[in-house]
Design a protein around this ligand. Structure first.
Ligand code: ADP
Ligand code: MG
Length: 266
């Protein structure tokens, strides 16, 4: 069964794109078939996967505006591990064009249908805003992964995101779940980090991933080589942390599936 996750937080610079690229590569390292969807006009996930956004003829823009089939738009990450539905500045226009299309919230979902079954995991990198692109990601996915830095203002932004998720659950995607909250750029020596971390744990319980992503310069360097950190420096703390996250996500899924099978039999 394909699992589709949107990586979302309307705050910029919290580690969404870093999480998408490195989680994709880490899931591949455990032999999963992975598609990364870049849904940010900045195209950072595209560049970070080693695909030049300025040389693309077809992107996710063409899928969302029904100009092309997703299959025609697929690229392969430079290190060859995962498939990519790339993005560039054209996507800015899509946001406006989509508003006049029928079923404007489901365009991504529709576009993924023909290729969905070829992947175990589809990871969607959202823009830093709660706009129609993010609405499409939240409508197309099974769960949301929310990366966040453990700082005071992080909690404030979270309530707007939770409200949006609640509305999409009601109106468009009743199965939508908070898959997990991910602490990024984590520094346990900082006491505010620990306070915020404790609050998150109280609020979200087992939805808070046990894996924390440390601040690690290798994670910041890897994109300029168009590589996930696993290819750039596989011994780095960042690489090890994202492998651990992939393991935690896979285990959660297996447990969820077992629980569902058990419920069906009893
Ligand atoms: P977003 O997609 O949420 O805007 P990014 O993933 O682009 O955030 O990260 C913002 C900046 O922080 C980037 O320059 C990235 O390389 C850097 N960064 C992200 N995560 C880490 C980390 N764990 N350690 C060090 N730098 C990081
Ligand atoms: Mg980003």
């Amino acid at each position: 069964m394909t699992r589709i996750y949107a990586v979302a937080n309307q705050k910029g610079g919290v580690g969404k794109t870093t999480t998408c690229v490195n989680l994709a590569a880490s899931l591949v390292a455990t032999k999963k078939r992975v598609l990364l969807v870049d849904l940010d006009p900045q195209g950072n996930a595209t560049m970070g996967s080693g695909v030049d956004k300025s040389e693309l003829e077809l992107t996710v823009y063409d899928v969302l505006t029904r100009r092309a089939d997703a299959r025609e738009c697929l690229q392969t990450s430079e290190s060859g591990q995962f498939k990519l539905l790339p993005a560039n500045g054209d996507l800015t226009a899509a946001e406006v064009e989509m508003l006049s299309l029928d079923g404007k919230e489901r365009l991504l979902w529709d576009g993924l249908q023909p290729i969905k079954d070829e992947f175990d995991y589809i990871i969607i990198d959202c823009p830093p805003s709660l706009n129609m692109l993010t609405v499409n990601a939240l409508t197309a996915c099974d769960g949301v992964i929310i990366p966040m830095q453990c700082e005071y203002y992080a909690l404030e932004g979270l309530s707007a995101l939770m409200n949006t998720i609640g509305r999409i659950q009601e109106l468009l995607n009743p199965n939508l779940k908070i898959e997990g909250l991910l602490r990024t750029m984590y520094d346990p020596r900082n006491s505010l980090t620990n306070d915020v971390s404790a609050q998150l744990s109280q609020h979200f319980g087992d939805r808070l991933y046990r894996t924390c992503i440390p601040r690690n310069v290798r994670l910041a360097e890897a994109p300029s080589y168009g590589q996930p950190v696993l290819s750039y420096d596989r011994q780095s703390k960042g690489a090890i942390a994202y492998l651990a996250l992939a393991g935690e996500i896979i285990r959660r899924n297996e447990n969820d599936e077992k629980a569902a099978a058990h419920a069906a039999h009893s």
